[in-house]
Design a protein around this ligand. Structure first.
Ligand code: NAD
Length: 408
């Protein structure tokens, strides 16, 4: 299944639940606009290079198109379209007034200098600039793009339009109008949802163990927050392997990661019974909570029976295949779907956009409190819908989002 097939599968299931018409189903699976361009940039060594670029504006029924721009060799029309559709769902689940968009350039940034990467960023804005705007389509960072690249894109946009328009793009550096809290927003939002779910089930976080796949931006912050709430982290993984043990020293492991090392570099960080295992082993560790925070397609038909956790918190996009998802649902595992669990990032992007439009600067506490409220309210809506209809949290999240997009 391609990425867009996953989207169609889940949307189709929710459409059946809601008994939507054929016309509504077509509207929900057809992008408003697929923009394509070839970006040609000058190379430091002389000559030029050309890279295919995309911007998909999927749906703006609820507000401006919103979604990141990735610079990666996997970026193609299918991937960017699927991600843009997911953005529309995600924004609707957390009930922020944005639609869905996504962008990509098929480029290997590791082969370019910083100057050449900036040329790609400027060329992207020149190619699609007329379709962007604070009230039209608002981009953000994604894989292999970052606040610095957002600042370059903003500069190109403001030069092109002759305006001051910080709300054109989010994920900017703080001194260019970025928001505090954006760097940790995804994990902060996911943990706020997890707390609401545990509260709902009258389960104390102190009695639980967690296994976390991925120790990057999102995974490392999630691990720290889980420790803060008293949950024991018993496994953490990265592309090199899994560190498992009775209690992982998260602070030490994150320190090693920040210095460019691996979670497996110091086995003593695993505590009692420390072990170094394969990267995939993290999925089957004995823990009540499993947090996939790395890659897509990690929980599949062939390994789902080895998942021990009763709660799966999907911080990564698409970590569970639809077949595995059905099996987990049948077993009563609470899968907090990506479209809810990782929506904290776009929520704080919305806060950044609001601050830029109003000229306000929010404090860390203001951002953190509003994020927590937004995520907990979204969880409440989804959980109530799931209970009411007897469906999984994923089906409920999609169904709720479709109703909101259709204005029903
Ligand atoms: P990142 O690049 O900072 O970290 C990714 C981590 O995954 C790294 O630690 C890497 O070593 C690890 N990894 C790679 N291959 C692995 C493997 N085979 N097994 C275990 N770990 C492996 O990325 P991130 O920003 O933390 O994002 C992680 C996931 O969360 C992605 O799916 C991303 O799309 C999703 N997400 C992130 C954000 C955000 O704001 N950061 C927002 C929404 C969704």
């Amino acid at each position: 299944m391609g990425a867009f097939d996953y989207y169609k599968y889940y949307t189709g299931k929710a459409a059946d639940l809601l008994d939507l018409s054929e016309g509504e189903r077509i509207k929900l699976t057809t992008p408003d606009r697929v923009l394509k361009a070839d970006l040609t940039i000058p190379l430091d060594a002389g000559g030029t290079a050309t890279f295919p670029a995309y911007r998909v504006q999927f749906n703006n029924a609820r507000g401006p198109y919103k979604g990141g721009i990735r610079f990666h060799t996997s970026a193609d029309e299918d991937e960017v379209m699927a991600l843009s559709a997911m953005m529309a769902i995600k924004c609707a689940v957390v009930d922020i007034p944005f639609g869905g968009g996504k962008g990509g350039v098929n480029v290997d940034t590791k082969k370019l200098s910083q100057k050449e990467i900036h040329e790609v960023a400027r060329a992207y804005v020149r190619a699609f600039g007329e379709h962007f705007g604070p009230d039209v389509d608002v981009p953000a960072p994604d894989m292999y793009t970052n606040p610095e690249i957002m600042a370059v894109m903003l500069d190109e946009y403001e030069t092109l339009t002759g305006t001051k328009a910080p709300a054109f793009i989010t994920g900017k550096p703080l001194d260019k109008g970025g928001s505090v809290g954006r760097d940790t927003a995804t994990a902060d939002g996911a943990i706020a949802v997890l707390k609401a779910l545990l509260n709902d089930r009258h389960v104390s976080a102190h009695t639980l163990r967690a296994a976390i796949q991925g120790a990057g931006n999102a995974g490392a912050q999630a691990a720290k927050l889980l420790c803060d709430m008293g949950t024991k982290v018993v496994a953490m993984s990265d592309s090199k392997g899994t560190l498992a043990g009775d209690e992982v020293d998260v602070a030490k492991v994150c320190d090693i990661k920040e210095k460019g090392g691996s979670v497996c570099d110091d086995i003593s960080c695993g505590g009692q019974n420390a072990r170094i295992l394969s990267p995939e082993a993290v999925i089957e560790e004995e823990a009540e909570i499993l947090v996939p925070a790395a890659l897509e397609d990690q929980i599949r038909k062939d390994n789902v029976d080895r998942v021990k956790a009763g709660i799966v918190l999907e911080i990564a996009n698409g970590p569970t295949t639809p077949e595995a998802d059905d099996i987990l649902a049948a077993q009563g595992v609470a899968v907090v779907p990506d479209v809810l669990a990782n929506a904290g990032g776009v929520t704080v992007s919305y806060f950044e956009w609001l601050q830029n439009k109003s000229g306000e600067t929010w404090t860390k506490d203001q951002v953190s409190d509003r994020l927590s409220d937004t995520m907990q309210e979204a969880y409440r809506d989804v959980a109530d819908f799931a209970l009411d209809r007897g469906v999984s949290l994923r089906e409920a999240a999609y169904a709720l989002a479709l109703l909101r997009i259709l204005g029903k």
